[in-house]
Design a protein around this ligand. Structure first.
Ligand SMILES: [Zn+2]
Length: 82
């Protein structure tokens, strides 16, 4: 796997961190994990148990979340399909 991204262009997060709301793509299998809350732990990849993800932070989280309080306690939590 080649990694040619310039420093600072690509962010990664590891399992056990709380990187905040966003999309996290497993670097091994490409599985996408979504975190909706700032206090949600990033877990190991359910598919391959990899601990490292590429980060794609949400530019806008959700239209119904406008305040920091809403980020911590979202009005309604969207369930990721199982
Ligand atoms: Zn994986």
């Amino acid at each position: 796997m080649t990694s040619v991204a310039a420093p600072g262009e690509k962010k990664q997060a590891k399992a056990g961190e709380r990187p905040g709301p966003g999309r996290y793509i497993c670097i091994d299998c490409g599985r996408e994990i979504r975190l909706d809350r700032v206090d949600e732990d990033l877990v190991r990849c359910p598919t391959c148990a990899c601990e490292t993800y590429n980060c794609f932070p949400m530019t806008h989280i959700r239209p119904d979340i406008r305040t920091p309080e809403d980020v911590v306690n979202p009005p309604e939590r969207r369930t990721y399909k199982k």
